[in-house]
Design a protein around this ligand. Structure first.
Ligand SMILES: [Fe+2]
Ligand SMILES: [Fe+2]
Length: 262
């Protein structure tokens, strides 16, 4: 994917606002910008699920919030007992970046657990942007193998730390956009150190490896190849996500109805 440097910085505000941002905040903003570009109208015809009509890329949402909080929303009500696939179709679509990540994991014979982690890893960005690894892990924790949510939590930090032994190089475009002196924030260094020494390190590392290759604006994607994997590995509550009284049901309800006043 080609990145228009000027256009990207234009989304961040005045040059004073940009220089007040930490390197890490800028790097995160870039990833989110790329995901939005990938999902924008221009590529919508390549996906089964078309861009949902509640989102207008010309009217960006306040920084830090996900596109579910865009103005002019015209949200389709969720079914009574919504499934993960319903959320993909009605709230996350077209979700090209995560579908591409999962597709790459599938094509390279990675475990189904990793395919699922890739499919879910950035979906919480539709709701909230900062610390999306932690928010995403919390959203999925009650429904997946512990290693899946663990990987989602730490992928956010690991993106900034190369691991040549496992074939993960520092993303080259970060150097181009932010300069060679880029340094991640302290809490990410600590999270990285913790994850690096953990027995589940590769759960998060594999997500970043499939992540880096998943901004291809030509790739055709669909949720179809993942329906069976979701069925085998995602504990879908029969009452529906949001109605099941888990530690993250409130998050599903907010995604379902972001317009609720209270
Ligand atoms: Fe991410
Ligand atoms: Fe990602």
């Amino acid at each position: 994917m080609k990145i228009d440097r000027r256009k990207f910085f234009g989304t961040l505000g005045t040059s004073a606002a940009i220089s007040a941002m930490s390197h890490h905040a800028r790097a995160e903003a870039l990833e989110h910008y790329m995901i939005e570009q990938l999902d924008s109208e221009a590529h919508a015809e390549d996906t089964d699920a078309k861009m949902l009509d509640f989102y207008d890329p010309e009217r960006p949402v306040p920084r830090g919030t996900g596109r579910l909080f865009a103005e002019n929303k015209n949200l389709t009500p969720m079914p009574k007992a919504p499934t993960l696939a319903d959320f993909f179709a009605l709230r996350f679509a077209p979700a090209r970046h995560v579908l591409q990540s999962a597709q790459r994991a599938l094509a390279t014979d990675q475990p189904e657990r990793t395919v699922l982690a890739c499919l879910l890893h950035d979906t919480v960005l539709n709701l909230v942007k900062p610390d999306h690894g932690w928010w995403g892990a919390q959203l999925y924790e009650p429904y997946v193998d512990e290693r899946v949510s663990w990987g989602i939590r730490y992928h956010q930090a690991l993106r900034f730390f190369p691991d040549p032994e496992n074939g993960y190089e520092y993303p080259e475009f970060y150097n181009r956009i932010f300069g060679e002196d880029y340094e991640p924030d302290e809490h990410l260094k600590l999270a990285y150190k913790f994850a690096r020494d953990h027995k589940w390190y590769m759960e998060a590392r594999l997500i970043t490896m499939n992540d880096e290759y998943s901004f291809n604006d030509e790739a055709k994607v669909s949720i179809e190849p993942f329906i069976d994997i979701i069925g085998r590995h995602f504990k879908q509550p029969k009452e529906g996500l949001g109605n099941d009284n888990t530690a993250s049901s409130h998050m599903w309800r907010t995604i379902a109805n972001p317009n609720r006043p209270l």
